[in-house]
Write a protein that binds this ligand. Sequence first.
Ligand code: 5GP
Ligand code: MN
Length: 337
Amino acid sequence: MKNNILDLIKNSQNIVILAHEKPDGDAVGSSLTIYSTLLDLNKTVDIILQDVPTRFKFLKNYDKIQEDTDKFYDLGIILDCSKQSRIGDKSDIFSRCKKTICIDHHATNENYCTINYVVPETSSCCQVIYYLYKDLNIPVDKQIGESLLLGLLTDTNGYANNNVDGKTLKMAEELTTLGVDHYKIYSEALRYETFEKYELDKIARDRLTFYADGKIAYTYITKKDMENTNACEGDHEGLVEIGRNISGVEVSIFVREDDGYRFSLRSNGKVDVSEIANMFNGGGHKMAAGGNFTSNYEETINNIINEIKKRVWYNEWDINNKQAKRLYIKGHSKYSF
Ligand code: 5GP
Ligand code: MN
């Protein structure tokens, strides 16, 4: 299959790169990696992604990313995207590609392309691409290494997730040897916070509500919060970690209002959150999953919380429980939107 990917690329001239909607560091890093390689092969290439977080603008060719296209292509390469309906594809570009290749790391991938190269149990799409390049003898230089490291760092949350394996760390070591500045990429991708994000973070922290004896944490950000704080796309990234980082929390829920609502779920490993996301039209991995919904906010959130409650062990609400009492006194016993 690996050689078929290369053959298909060699036989195509006009190529478009797509990734999942609301692209994260892994989607952007994968796209810019493939973009550089295709340019080296003298291909005509477009990258079409919408709502790309500006914090990734430090990467070379970030400014080449376009929002849309009406062109026809010999080949579409779709990255970090488990199903066709998740492609950030406003004008049905996918259907204007004669052939398609999907490169991905989601176990739930629906094999919707001509060639589907999916390696589940891999930290990131960037890790899949790196080892694919090694097998195919495709060169990785410092610039490609920077975009690859972006995906590796963001999808593992700085090597903190349980999707990190020996190959992840080996890849980081090899990229560092190439001259990739690990400190710089980490700082740009994960460390620096905008002031707007700091303000959003305060709101999300203040709204944090606990259920099931503190094993479930929930918070949210509205469109109005985004406006009031002047926040932009990407500033809400990582807010789901607030709940997840609290000792005793087994599942953290973060919801963000955009055109509809996007929910993010994070688990400490005991609950498989992809199972829950799947029930609500989403997907993902055991410890990180998410999805969208458009209406019935309260009902949907209640349903999500109830599904999680079925999977965690807890005593019913008990005012003698120290944590429950503390939260009750703080006025956190209810949530509203
Ligand atoms: P996040 O919470 O960072 O948006 O998403 C966490 C993970 O859940 C992503 O890496 C992705 O695998 C998955 N995910 C998020 N939203 C969706 C969705 O709408 N559909 C599917 N299939 N997976 C999603
Ligand atoms: Mn990914």
